[in-house]
Design a protein around this ligand. Structure first.
Ligand SMILES: [Fe+2]
Length: 384
């Protein structure tokens, strides 16, 4: 008798090395997994912060040649993936090391997919469409929140359609994540707030996802216990090592949770909105979290909402209103405000964003299925 597919759950994770100075082991691990000629994928900000040269030197000391590709913007575009894949092939690279935040890591995943499978990165948008595994791939994250260092996801901007395309495949999970909290010391408070809120949204959406199960619940709740205290502390003091370590761990927990339980309407809308506004992913998430959860919590079992509130440190009754209000207040505490951004968006554009979001792969695991009108309402609540 074959098992019911509805009853089965799976869990995919890379090897993770966690702790201060983990980055210094990149060369040793790269040698161990057979890397010889590496494309280092990064961006100009990470190079300026001084994180790339030591990694290159370390790889060289283990006999590994490197080429650097850094022509990557926030919200990496498909053309940047194509350019990186062309360098990978012209330089006869055989492995990838990403050093940076979500943009370089996602772009590196796209480069790896094209290097192994050919064609254009957007050919692989969707779920389980990457047939051939990526080349050997190490991530060294410089932010805490994106989860790209452990996840099956990559988000690439489709610049023709002003939208973001999601690639979701086991092939995108790195071979190794070197999670080093020291790398968080060069983030400014705005980047810390935006990326840290992304981690919070990963935990929340993974927890209420239709794909959630015991393993992802524990990881999501663990992240929710950490972030309310550690994230404001990281934003106000870039030398707070204890809080930085806590946020690196929260990002890891939330990343593993969402990679395996998937996400929901906050991310679906944030992808569509980010494509339209070219705004930071974490910022879009922060603005949308309260308004979307005001609707989503009506479809979450009260005992599960209570566990979530407990993890976040929210007390009292009427959790269906109290939890979204807490999310709104938390975004404000972190300095993330809409500033009437909806004013520049026409009603037709609101509808187009909502329609794009309704087709996003993340919508499949939202606890209920909002229609376009529901999504337009959420966008107005978030942006007006
Ligand atoms: Fe995210």
């Amino acid at each position: 008798m074959s098992p019911s597919l509805d009853e089965l759950r799976k869990f995919v994770a890379p090897e993770v090395l966690f702790g201060e100075d983990a980055r210094a082991l990149c060369g040793a691990y790269a040698e161990r997994i057979g890397m010889r000629r590496v494309l280092v994928v990064t961006d100009p900000g990470v190079i300026a912060a001084g994180w790339v040269s030591p990694v290159i030197d370390d790889l060289a000391s283990h006999g590994i040649e490197t080429m650097v590709f850094s022509d990557i913007s926030p919200n990496p575009r498909s053309a940047q993936v194509s350019a990186g894949a062309a360098v990978f092939s012209a330089e006869r690279c055989s492995a990838i090391v990403a050093v940076g935040g979500g943009s370089p890591m996602d772009c590196a995943k796209g480069i790896g997919v094209v290097a192994s499978n050919g064609g254009h990165v957007l050919d692989y948008a969707g779920v389980d469409r990457v047939a051939v595994p990526m080349p050997p791939f190490i991530c060294v994250p410089t932010t805490a929140g994106t989860g790209a260092d452990v996840s099956q996801f990559a988000i690439i901007t489709d610049e023709q359609n002003h939208a973001k395309a999601g690639l979701i495949s086991k092939s995108l999970v790195p071979d190794l994540a070197l999670v080093d909290p020291i790398m968080l010391t060069t983030m400014d408070p705005e980047l810390t707030a935006a990326t840290g809120t992304d981690a919070l949204v990963h935990a929340v959406e993974a927890y209420i996802s239709n794909g959630a199960w015991e393993m992802t619940d524990d990881l999501a709740l663990a992240a929710m216990r950490i972030i309310p205290r550690a994230l404001p502390a990281c934003c106000s003091n870039s030398e707070d090592r204890e809080s930085q370590r806590a946020m690196a761990l929260a990002s890891l927990n939330a990343g593993l949770a969402f990679s395996n339980a998937s996400l929901g309407a906050v991310h679906a809308l944030a992808h569509a909105l980010g494509g339209q506004l070219d705004a930071a992913h974490g910022e879009c998430n922060a603005l949308l979290l309260g308004p979307v959860m005001r609707r989503n919590l009506k479809h979450v079992a009260p005992e599960r909402a209570a566990l979530m509130a407990d993890a976040l440190g929210i007390e009292g009754s009427d959790l269906a209103n109290r939890i979204p209000a807490w999310f709104d207040a938390f975004a404000l505490e972190l300095g993330i405000e809409a500033h009437n951004r909806g004013a520049g968006i026409t009603e037709a554009e609101f509808e187009r964003i909502a329609r794009t979001a309704s087709m996003d792969a993340c919508m499949a695991t939202n606890p209920w299925r909002p229609d376009v009108a529901d999504l337009v309402e959420m966008l107005h609540d978030a942006l007006d």
